[in-house]
Ligand binder design. Structure first.
Ligand code: AGP
Length: 615
């Protein structure tokens, strides 16, 4: 996610902002920038790369004086990572400068309107549109910066945490928040703004956390004015005295990045379909599909290549694409596909799935498919990554940086993107009637809340984890859409707790694995109500009769499995195709707690890297 930092007070702003940006590096970013008011002008420097690159560029190109300034680390969502798209952004007049964390969904329409009024743009970003909208409002309505920001924000749709400064009014910073975090540090005759408290905790532990749809006008020597953006009513600041240390702030108060990222999934799934899923209008908007629809509709088949967790998401996609869009799909390990001299033609579409966008085997598989004439579509989480640049088109997950080596929110956001793609293609092929399409769109909108509910199983999962933390083996079973989830659950346990685990289609048990079952073998069975329920119940009975210990993930209200299993974890009901988004949650938590109880390094497990850029 992007990081924002601002300062207004009696000290030099430059060192405070630079150090603050370094404190936010853990959020992941691809470029950085800073703007400082030197008493007359706002000077600005920004660059693709790291904060160290920014320091070199700023020291060589701008005055570092001034006690008012803002800084930014960018995690690209609109526009590739480069100098021009980096923040801060000037308005056309050069008077206003903005930094922004979030996504303005309707920036395109606003940009067209501003261009018609003579505005010019030097970047591809939604943020540069926002600062010029604020300028247009300020000039047209003849209002101060705070009012202009408020009026402008009532015209945008999306998520934001912004800080804006005005050369004409250098004694204030205006900030606003909707959907992205923003904290105000309240010092003695100085104020700080930041994405979290880490940039200012060494100066003050007094913080105000803006609520959604709140803005603040921060003026030196004055009380902070908090406003509701929608109706201008006054909001009253509650100053919190923070007791957190730096590391706790970076992890959002969680013990590990992995747990933080597990809990970020409702927001990550929402951000991933934000602007794409328009349930009321019955539309799925995906430029990468819209502009290449014929290629998908005329394809002989879709080949999915990926590794690890992304490969599991690809298996879920196979079920969804074939079930809903009726398009033949094959899923391949990228590392096998690239070496087996596969038959690929220009009638094939290849989908490459990769969180990092840098996995060597997946990149190689893409290049091979392109050489053979296939159209290649990427599903990545890192904007501007190698795979994102190599593919012909794509759709990003908006999970934000995934720091923990074990993929969690990457998996659920990949499934979200792939589900949107399958629904869009099903609609384009006329396979779906309007009511069924609408049913899916409205259910998808319920998923973030249902993931929140699934996360409520955490205390129960922790208790179960304590029972099985010393196991040496574990089996994971699922049928249909939950077979890939069984594989994913096994991978999670293996890679962070070092317990050997295997995922299987439940029906495969009788073809060998059932020989493993005894009272020492915990078996995780995903037995939700939709899809082969009766059959999976009989699998559970087979395991029980051989004294296997059964941990069952079931649909809320389940009775039958509850009578058979040793432990039952309930998740909300949803459409069969969307079940993986919920059933994976307790399995992520199970692997997390067992790993912690075993004293493993959860965020950096032994022998593993977050991105496997070697073959
Ligand atoms: C999963 O938890 C692991 N981090 C690993 O299997 C990962 O999914 C795999 O290396 C693929 O990475 P990618 O999605 O970045 O391509």
């Amino acid at each position: 996610m992007c990081g924002i930092v601002g300062y207004i007070g009696y000290r030099d702003a430059y060192p405070i902002i630079i150090k603050g940006l370094q404190r936010l590096e853990y959020r992941g970013y691809d470029s950085a920038g800073i703007a400082l008011f030197d008493g007359e002008n706002i000077n600005l420097s920004k660059t693709k790369g790291k904060v160290d690159d920014l320091k070199k560029k700023a020291q060589a190109s701008m005055s570092l004086k001034g006690s008012l300034g803002i800084g930014h680390t960018r995690w690209a969502t609109h526009g590739a990572p480069n100098d021009k798209n980096s923040h801060p952004h000037y308005s056309n007049s050069g008077d206003l400068v903005i930094i922004h964390n979030g996504i303005i969904e309707n920036y395109d329409a606003i940009k067209k309107e501003l261009v018609n009024r003579g505005y010019t743009f030097s970047s591809e970003t939604d943020t540069e549109v926002l600062v010029n909208l604020i300028e247009e409002v300020k000039l047209k309505e003849n209002v101060k910066l705070g009012k202009a920001v408020q009026i402008a924000l009532n015209q945008v749709v999306g998520a934001y945490a912004i800080a804006v400064i005005d050369r004409q009014k250098p004694d204030e910073i205006v900030v606003a928040k909707l959907g992205s975090p923003l904290a105000i540090g309240v010092g003695e005759n100085e104020f700080f703004v930041a994405s979290d408290a880490s940039p200012f905790i060494e100066f003050t532990n007094n913080a105000i956390y803006l609520e959604d749809e709140e803005m603040a006008i921060i003026r030196l020597g004055k009380e902070i004015k908090l406003r509701k953006i929608k109706d201008d009513s006054i909001a009253y600041p509650s100053i919190q005295e923070l007791q957190l240390n730096l590391e706790e702030i970076e992890k959002g108060g969680f013990d590990h990045f992995m747990l933080k990222e597990i809990y970020e999934q409702p927001r990550a799934i929402l951000d991933t379909y934000r602007g794409r899923l328009l349930a009321k209008e019955g539309i799925i908007r995906m430029a990468g599909i819209d502009q290449n629809l014929e290629k998908f509709l005329n394809a002989n088949r879709i080949i999915i290549v990926a590794c690890g967790t992304s490969w599991h998401a690809g298996l879920v996609a196979e079920y969804i694409f074939e079930d809903l869009a009726r398009i033949p799909v094959e899923v391949e390990y990228a590392s096998e596909f690239r070496y087996r001299n596969p038959v690929v033609t220009d009638k094939d579409v290849l989908i490459a799935i990769s969180q990092s966008g840098e996995t060597a085997d997946t990149l190689a598989a893409i290049k091979l498919a392109k050489e053979k004439g296939a159209f290649v579509f990427g599903v990545c989480n890192v904007v501007g990554s190698s795979i994102a640049r190599e593919t012909d088109a794509g759709a990003y997950t908006h999970a934000g940086p995934e720091i923990g080596v074990a993929s969690t929110k990457a998996f659920t956001t990949q499934i979200t993107v792939l589900t949107l793609m399958a629904l869009k293609l099903a609609q384009a092929k006329g396979v779906f009637d309007r009511s069924r399409f609408h049913e899916y769109l409205t259910e998808l909108e319920q998923i973030p809340a249902k993931v929140e509910e699934a996360l409520l199983t955490n205390p129960l999962v922790e208790i179960i984890s304590n029972v099985y933390k010393d196991s040496t083996n574990c089996l994971y079973l699922g049928r249909g859409y939950n077979f890939p989830v069984a594989l994913e659950g096994a991978l999670k346990l293996k890679e962070i707790s070092y317990i050997h685990a295997e995922g299987y289609p439940a029906a495969e048990m009788k073809h060998g694995p059932i020989a493993l079952i005894d009272e020492h073998m915990p078996v995780v069975v995903i037995a939700t109500s939709k899809g082969h329920y009766e059959k999976i119940v009989s699998n559970i009975q087979e395991i029980k009769s051989r004294k296997g210990k059964i941990i069952a993930v079931v649909t809320q209200g389940d009775v039958q499995v509850r009578e058979l299993a040793d432990h039952v974890i309930e998740v909300p009901e949803t459409l069969e195709n969307l079940t993986p988004l919920l059933t994976t949650i307790p399995l992520q938590l199970l692997s997390y707690h067992i790993a912690v109880m075993r004293g493993c390094n959860v965020d950096q497990p032994r022998n593993l890297a977050k991105s496997v850029t070697v073959e």
